[in-house]
Design a binder for this molecule. Structure first.
Ligand code: GLA
Length: 388
């Protein structure tokens, strides 16, 4: 555990006999396959090196105390009382929802003091919430001496907590990516069957740059749920022709014959075409055709902008600045959209010029200062006790 975290932990909670253990869960960048996890689609996220660390120590009672080195809020949860959502609890609702699910599943939880610290920008579309959820589940299971090896069960439990406790009707992609991430690999996940395999992200002379618009995701949750409702409306209109395994599998000709509303048609066109792009992206990543991979990223953004309408002016401005900057093979928004982050595939030698150029283009268009993270595909949630 990093020395400063151990020191801050003792400063907050005092020294004690029990061991302070530490755990890490990464954020994720979705390479391609956006807004189709809840439509039975294929997605290709990668865990990133940025993430959240938790230092935790068992207590002798049934009180959970949560603090963060990045926020003054102090949260207390009594395991002997019902755990309900509470707006005053702020970020503490993510771990609280997971705690409730763990208890419902019969995990024998004891009191724990926990201190989080993060390198992940909050609300930037890199799944800080899924990272917090998976981290809570992973570390609390470990401290309860329950198995942590069933990552699928952990991901599903955390998705349920987010759906039912936080009230965001998210798909399975983020929690899965945070749990199953693997160094230098993306996860090709079939969200219907939950089958997955790893695709090596061998970018050679190129790198994926995460570009933060510095525009917090606005309306993301309500618009997100609205898109899900629209996709369900398309399925209803398809009637008995609706594919059982998700809208991504609907033939476009069926949409044309059953759906006359132009907005719903566009939503369906994004969903169906994004699935094809993910299949193509998996193929070209294996053959190393990075130019084709870059084109698919940009096509995905265009579809999310024009058909699914989840980008907004800030994401559009940063992607457009990236596409005009030196060394860029392609760029797109990542995550739910409506602000947050985009990714770009960039020639490594051009990264300094690329960032200067994107910064000035984006600043001129929006007046906001962007941030850049050069990261790579990383491992999923794991224990870090004993690591320096
Ligand atoms: C959010 C959700 C995911 C997924 C993406 C969009 O990150 O949590 O389940 O739907 O948006 O691809």
């Amino acid at each position: 555990m990093r020395p400063f975290l151990a020191k801050e932990f003792v400063h907050l909670y005092g020294s004690g006999d029990r061991e302070v253990r530490s755990f890490f869960a990464p954020g994720r960048a979705n390479l391609i396959g956006e807004h189709i996890d809840y439509n039975g689609g294929l997605v290709m996220p990668a865990a990133v090196t940025l993430g959240i660390t938790a230092a935790c120590r068992l207590r002798s009672d049934y009180l959970i105390r949560l603090r963060s080195s990045d926020d003054p809020l102090a949260v207390e949860i009594d395991l002997d009382r019902p755990i309900e959502p509470d707006p005053a609890r702020g970020w503490g609702n993510y771990p609280a929802g997971v705690l409730r699910e763990l208890l419902l599943q019969g995990v024998d939880l004891r009191g724990i003091d926990i201190l989080f610290t993060t390198t992940l920008p909050q609300g930037a579309g890199l799944s800080s919430s899924a990272a917090m959820e998976v981290l809570t589940a992973f570390s609390f299971l470990a401290l309860a001496e329950a198995p942590t090896s069933d990552l699928r069960a952990i991901a599903l439990l955390c998705q349920k907590a987010e759906n039912q406790f936080v009230g965001v009707n998210c798909g399975i992609m983020d929690q899965f990516a945070v749990a199953f991430g693997k160094e230098d690999c993306a996860l090709l996940l079939d969200c219907e069957s939950q089958d997955y395999h790893y695709v090596p992200v061998a970018l050679g002379e190129h790198a994926l740059i995460i570009m933060n618009t510095s525009r917090p995701r606005r309306l993301a949750d309500s618009k997100y749920n609205e898109r899900r409702t629209e996709c369900n409306a398309v399925l209803r209109l398809l009637g008995t022709d609706a594919p059982r395994n998700g809208l991504v599998h609907a033939p476009w000709s069926d949409v044309l014959s059953h759906v006359s509303d132009p907005v719903l048609r566009r939503r369906a066109r994004h969903v169906i075409s994004e699935q094809v792009r993910v299949e193509q992206a998996a193929r070209v990543l294996v053959t190393g055709d990075l130019a084709a991979f870059g084109r698919l990223l940009t096509e995905s953004h265009t579809s999310l902008r024009d058909d699914y309408e989840v980008t907004g002016p800030h994401l559009d401005a940063i992607v457009s600045a990236a596409l005009q900057a030196p060394g860029c093979l392609g760029a797109r928004m990542t995550g739910a959209g409506f602000g947050g982050c985009a990714i770009a595939l960039v020639e490594q030698a051009e990264i300094p010029d690329f960032t200067v150029s994107v910064r000035s283009g984006y600043l001129a268009a929006t007046g906001l200062e962007p941030a850049f993270y050069v990261t790579h595909a990383a491992d999923g949630a794991h224990e870090t006790t004993g690591e320096g």
